[in-house]
Design a binder for this molecule. Sequence first.
Ligand SMILES: C[S@@+](CC[C@H](N)C(=O)[O-])C[C@H]1O[C@@H](n2cnc3c(N)ncnc32)[C@H](O)[C@@H]1O
Length: 239
Amino acid sequence: MKVLDLQSFEEYRSRLTTQASEWNILDEMCRITISRFYRDWAVFDLLKDEILPGLAFKARLENRPLRCWSAGCASGEEPYTLSIIWQLVLSEKFTETDFEIIATDIDENLLERAKKGCYQLGSLKGLPKDWLTKAFSVKEDRYCIHSGFGDRITWMQQDIRSTTPAGKFGMLLCRNLVATYFEPELQLAIFNQLKSVLRPGGILILGCHEKLPEGLQGFNSKVEKLNIYERTGDPHISP
Ligand SMILES: C[S@@+](CC[C@H](N)C(=O)[O-])C[C@H]1O[C@@H](n2cnc3c(N)ncnc32)[C@H](O)[C@@H]1O
């Protein structure tokens, strides 16, 4: 308001009505972009030990890639965590399965940072120590991820309120975004969209303090305390 030289919320509200572009500025100012590698260790431990192996097993049986979508990927911490888990732990067991990650965010600057893959130590503290050594090199005061970990990630600038990536997914991480920042009606519309790109039997993961909006159908709780859900439907029938 100071920048616009406006004196009251009423004036600001009226500016929003007369100047549509102001909404984009407000929208941008409301975004929280904080993330970390291996954020909420219990979730990523379970992904590593049970969920990803289960999904990869199914994908192998059906002779298709395992595709995961990290929605609101910030500077890449979440999709790189998945890529590290796959490469350092699971790829040996699932040599015939392709693991693809689509990482989307509305903010192009964050995606540019993600592609560079260099971080302060603070955002990497949740990673097991030996993974840090195996996956990163120190460059000046930053830790930069080895380029191979980015090879399976496709970065896309998208607004989750209006767009989803093409194709079907076996797993979708939508953490600390839709269920935190959007009002219930919009949440419902978005989660219905997300449901349509998730395979039956596919897994949806929310943030640890989030829950699905009331009235949403088509998901069963899989691990209640970690907010992990499974898309219902017969996995043998193509949706
Ligand atoms: C709090 S961060 C969460 C990052 C990560 N998912 C995590 O849990 O650590 C929220 C992210 O969502 C992105 N975001 C906000 N609004 C969005 C929208 N409409 N569409 C896509 N991404 C959005 C922000 O730019 C930010 O990177």
